[in-house]
Design a protein around this ligand. Sequence first.
Ligand code: ARG
Length: 251
Amino acid sequence: MKKIMAIALTLALTLTAAAACAEATETLTMATNASFPPYEYVEGDQVVGIDPEIAAAVCEKMGYNLEIVDTEFDSLISGVASGKYDFVMAGMTVTDERKQMVSFSDTYATGVQVIIVKEDSPITSVDDLLADGANYTVGTQNATTGYIYAMSDIEDAGKGTVAAFPNGNEAVMALVNGKIDCVIIDNEPAKAYVEANEGLKILDSTYVVEDYAACFAKDNTELVEKFNAALQELTADGTIPAIIEKYIPAE
Ligand code: ARG
């Protein structure tokens, strides 16, 4: 019995190897930071979410295999700019500063920067946070747009302090533990974090509205064009709306 199993296993491995050789499809490496549900998060040993699923559909359409690398958010832009990764999908907001370093695809989703507070917080709106004499400690994920806006509107304006965390979850943990007064983060991960932790809420007033897109090395126009063409087809045929609806059901 053992011997049969061993033979079967060897055969299976050989077949897998043969299949891999026969295909010889080029692989694209996508980098992300998988602490951003529902766009990307880790489930078991897999990176799952909207971005990995859109990436898989787009790569299949373009005829590439897809490999996903989970790394620090603040190394994504430099990594793709230097050619370490073929592209980045990370709920990445299109900004003019980033456009100096990378090329963006067409946008595929909208994000809103919102504010998470404890249920009994004295902060009730964005205005409270930005008021003269306000002196709150604001948590953000390092290098995100939330961090960039908070630095200029709050810390540099002398209205409070900005604390940068390696990921959104750690910022939220600091809020839960009373180390900071609020967290500025994108609305969808905010919802996921508030659902996962007791005693938190999202303020009604929105801070900044933004567009998400994939990004590429600046000179990689060929891949950007292929990516956009695939994105367009998959939007038209309903594939991408269905992926988004799966993770963010319309209310
Ligand atoms: N949209 C924000 C930005 O582009 C935050 C993105 C964070 N993404 C992540 N996968 N951790 O700066």
